[in-house]
Design a protein around this ligand. Sequence first.
Ligand SMILES: [Cu+2]
Length: 159
Amino acid sequence: MSATWPIVKRKALAAAARGLLIVAVGLIASHSILLAGDEALRIVDAWVPATDRIGSDVPLLLTIRNEADAADALLRVRCPVANFSERHTVDRGEGAPAMRMIPQIPLAAGSTTVLKPDGYHVMLLQTRQPLVTGERFTCSIAFQKAGTIETEVNVRQLP
Ligand SMILES: [Cu+2]
């Protein structure tokens, strides 16, 4: 009688382990679906110009490939090296071109958007430290559909 208990326990444990395995496989499967979704949006070549001055405003320049079938939009950027950030566009009218803040940067379906100082770009406001050529930091960029993507940003000398 006493010898049957451990066998029952072992069977119960084995069943519990199988249950956990099924849950784990399920989690891995759903996670890879999320990863596959993220890959519809690719951020490449993210950089900022070097500056010695703390408290300056610098453009964050990068290329976004939206490989999805649907349009997306860049909503927010957070970088550890700056207090704030804004999305900008450049207006060309009668006078000199002028930057203007916009709520989001549109990313058309199946398009490549190159952020640049004379077009759509992100402006990092009030830098908190000198930005030294060759250094790197990580920013998180929130998109309307793709969610938040972390990207590495390089500090470069302006050409
Ligand atoms: Cu700007």
